[in-house]
Design a protein around this ligand. Structure first.
Ligand code: DGJ
Length: 728
């Protein structure tokens, strides 16, 4: 067993391949966090934490005389407001008498084989009998509120998942004003926080700061995980690098508003709490009702690369699902940057035929194909073909595309509605609006109230028919505005605090039902690019359109930032036109192709405008991608340089058995003096000889990693290059 309980010391030890996590139940039943980090064998590590009564911190009633300890300085597994811990908290409970307090104490526990599930929520799963679950029961004896803390232990993957479940076993209602998923206390150390901020067109940019003596909030109150902040944080030793130092990751498996708080307290201890954002959350539990929180995925590793590898493996093996989890993702042509809203059968067919001739495998009809949709002011909600644009309907178009030899995919944005749509005219109360107020708009659209079962049911029926009536192989599921004025016309005033979370549950239910009905369909997530790029969506969509910015020199920054937590196979990446439509920058086809190939690969440009040379290059790139896809998408990914500094970006992928590797280098700026770039490679077999195809030369793994490799910059058009290494 990887979870053990030492009865005498009331000590839980959780072991993964290289980490150890210890929790102790103290004399009063507080659940103390003891240790998380490198596995140190059969040690009881409780000796590292001292008891002390610190001024103005308070003691539990039982210790009012001895003043043994204060919850304010105890490292805890799940702190709650009102327990004498004044730091950031995981649970904020309002009782029926108006008091705000919960004091959870241990009551019992279970250790079971397999992984817990979370009703209505995405949760990682055990794919090969690797997982065990520790469930610790706590209780607030006054209100009768019980709390179950779940720990899913994936030993092989060095991952521990956490979630919490509240149950009202009392006789009066209790209200959760905050219900965090997990807390991690690091009582000692000198920690940096790495978080991933951004905006539309520049998502997930890493920022590293020393944890200050403040509360730092990283979160989204937008109803989506957001472009601005990703639900993923890393705590790294101040000295930690890609290859060394203690690194902890906390990733939230949730796609709605979230809050990750980080505090360095009066004793220099650091606490991180992660969960649903409390600002738009309030959930009353009547007698016997339960509330379950989303999951947090925790890992510990030495160095940022190892931490990323833990997440990459876990997301590929234990989060993503379905027919396309591991299999080849069709190289696609997306109509958006080629045609925008100008969907017309002949034009679409010309693009499809050009695509087929180049070796592209799937045509994706993006926005603009449905009723009333000529620009972004109308039509959302009416998921029926636009008979003005496609007089014969979708059927003959798809047939033509299939006859050209391509699969067919289509764009939808199910959660949205335009005021100018039949759906809105029929059901204005299905959209979020606050009575008596003009709604805040985004892209001139409103958000459907996915907390209402009739809305989910309606969308399910319409989308079921779309998928059932046509041979559709792929769905791009978009979402192009943040939630605002969240008010459900289907719930009473005192339950409006549930709506934000119920919205997310409704989205999950809809996509889950459609995937169950159409398991062969590949779903790609999207929210104006990467506005909902999180482990929650990845449970349903094994790839997500990484960003609306397709300029390769910006994309390398976005894909690099994304790679800290998410594997290349999850990042939708396309070759688009030059000059680029977002930035106006011109880049070579090679630069665009090498960048896009490090993700789920496709094209998004008007192929009719290309020269014969460019088309030949695309043909060759697609052949190469087929040969390299396994290593590029599923191999070990190494960031070779900090792509935000210097004038080039470099990364590499190495097959699991280290027999082949691909190194990618993209120049961001050309300075021909010095005329070389020198890089140390990573992840190779030191003892082996590697053949470098591009040089027709052999070098040892040790030489390439320690002496490095020198790229020669040639005069002229040298902008991007790949090296293919094969072990002798
Ligand atoms: C935003 C997406 O990110 C784009 O790729 C495209 O699908 C547009 N929406 C269409 O409206």
């Amino acid at each position: 067993m990887n979870i053990s309980y030492d009865k005498e010391n009331r000590l839980f030890s959780i072991r993964t391949a290289s980490s150890l996590y210890q929790i102790q139940v103290d004399q009063l039943g507080y659940l103390r966090h003891v240790y998380y980090g490198k596995d140190l064998g059969e040690e009881n590590l409780t000796y590292i934490n001292h008891s002390y009564d610190i001024g103005f911190s308070g003691n539990p009633y039982e210790w009012r005389v001895e003043r043994i300890d204060s919850p304010d300085v105890i490292p805890q597994e799940y702190p709650s407001y009102g327990s004498g811990d004044y730091r950031i908290t995981a649970a904020y409970v309002r009782n029926q008498d108006g008091s705000r307090c919960a004091q959870f104490r241990y009551s019992c526990h279970e250790i079971t084989k397999g992984k817990y599930t979370l009703n209505g929520l995405p949760a990682s799963y055990d794919e090969d009998d690797d997982c065990e679950t520790l469930t610790i029961h706590l209780e607030d004896s006054v209100s009768g509120l019980t709390l179950l803390l779940y720990y899913g232990v994936f030993a092989k993957r060095n991952i521990i998942t956490r979630a919490a479940e509240f149950k009202n076993t009392g006789t009066t209602p209790v209200t959760l004003e905050q219900a965090g998923s997990a807390c991690l206390d690091l009582p000692y150390g000198n920690w940096d926080l790495i978080h991933f901020h951004g905006r539309h067109l520049l998502e997930r940019q890493p920022e590293r700061i020393a944890v200050p003596h403040l509360v730092t909030d990283i979160g989204s109150n937008r109803g989506m995980s957001s472009h601005q902040h990703n639900p993923f944080v890393i705590l790294a030793d101040h000295e930690a690098t890609e290859d060394r130092g203690n690194c902890y990751g906390m990733m939230f498996m949730y796609s709605g508003s979230f809050l990750a708080q980080v505090e360095r307290d009066q004793t220099d201890a650091v606490r991180v709490v992660m969960g649903i954002h409390p600002s738009d959350f309030c959930w009353t539990l009547n007698q016997s009702e339960t509330f379950v929180t989303p999951e947090v995925i925790l890992t510990w590793a030495e160095g940022l690369t190892a931490l990323s590898h833990n997440y990459h493996d876990f997301i590929r093996q234990n989060v993503t699902r379905g027919d396309y989890q591991f299999s080849h993702r069709p190289v696609l042509i997306n109509s958006w940057e080629a045609n925008y809203f100008d969907i017309e059968k002949d034009r679409v067919m010309r693009l499809a035929e050009e695509a087929a001739a180049l070796g592209i495998e799937m045509f994706v009809l993006d926005d603009g194909w449905f009723k009333g949709r000529n620009d972004d002011n109308a039509g959302l909600g009416d998921w029926f073909e636009n008979t003005e644009k496609l007089p014969e309907g979708l059927g003959p178009l798809i047939q033509g595309i299939n006859q050209a030899g391509l699969k067919f995919g289509i764009w939808i944005e199910p959660e949205m509605v335009n005021e100018d749509s039949d759906l809105y005219r029929a059901h204005p109360d299905w959209a979020f609006t606050i009575p008596g107020r003009d709604p805040i708009m985004g892209r001139n659209q409103l958000v459907l109230d996915m907390s209402r079962s009739e809305v989910v049911e309606y969308l399910y029926r319409v989308l079921f028919n779309l998928l059932n009536d046509h041979p559709i192989d792929y769905i791009k599921w978009d979402m192009n505005r943040c939630l605002g004025n969240v008010y459900s016309h289907g719930l009473p005033a005192d339950r409006q605090g549930e709506v934000m979370h119920r919205y997310v549950l409704g989205v999950y239910e809809l996509i889950d039902r459609l995937e169950t009905a159409f398991p062969h369909v590949l779903f790609e997530g999207c929210a104006g690019g990467g506005g909902r790029f999180d482990a929650g969506m990845l449970y349903y969509t094994p790839q997500i359109w990484c960003s609306d910015d397709t300029d390769p020199l910006e994309r390398i920054l976005i894909q690099n930032g994304t790679s800290y937590g998410y594997p290349p196979s999850t990042m939708g990446a396309h070759v688009s036109a030059s000059p680029n439509h977002q930035t106006g920058r011109s880049t070579l086809m090679r630069t665009r192709a090498i960048t896009a190939m490090s993700g789920a690969f496709g094209y998004e440009l008007d192929l009719e405008t290309l020269t014969e040379d460019e088309k030949n290059e695309i043909r060759a790139d697609i052949i190469q991608y087929h040969a390299d896809e396994e290593v590029l998408l599923n191999g070990r990914f190494y960031r070779l340089e900090d792509v935000r500094s210097g004038n080039y970006a470099a990364w590499m992928s190495v097959s699991e058995d280290r027999s082949s590797a691909i190194v990618s280098l993209v120049m961001k700026d050309i300075q021909l003096c010095p005329q070389f770039v020198h890089i140390s490679l990573k992840g190779l077999d030191e003892q082996a000889q590697y053949y470098i195809r591009e040089d027709d030369a052999f070098h040892s793994g040790a030489a390439l990693m320690h002496a490095g490799y020198t790229f020669q910059l040639l005069m002229g058009d040298y902008r991007a290059v790949q090296l293919h290494l094969t072990r002798k």
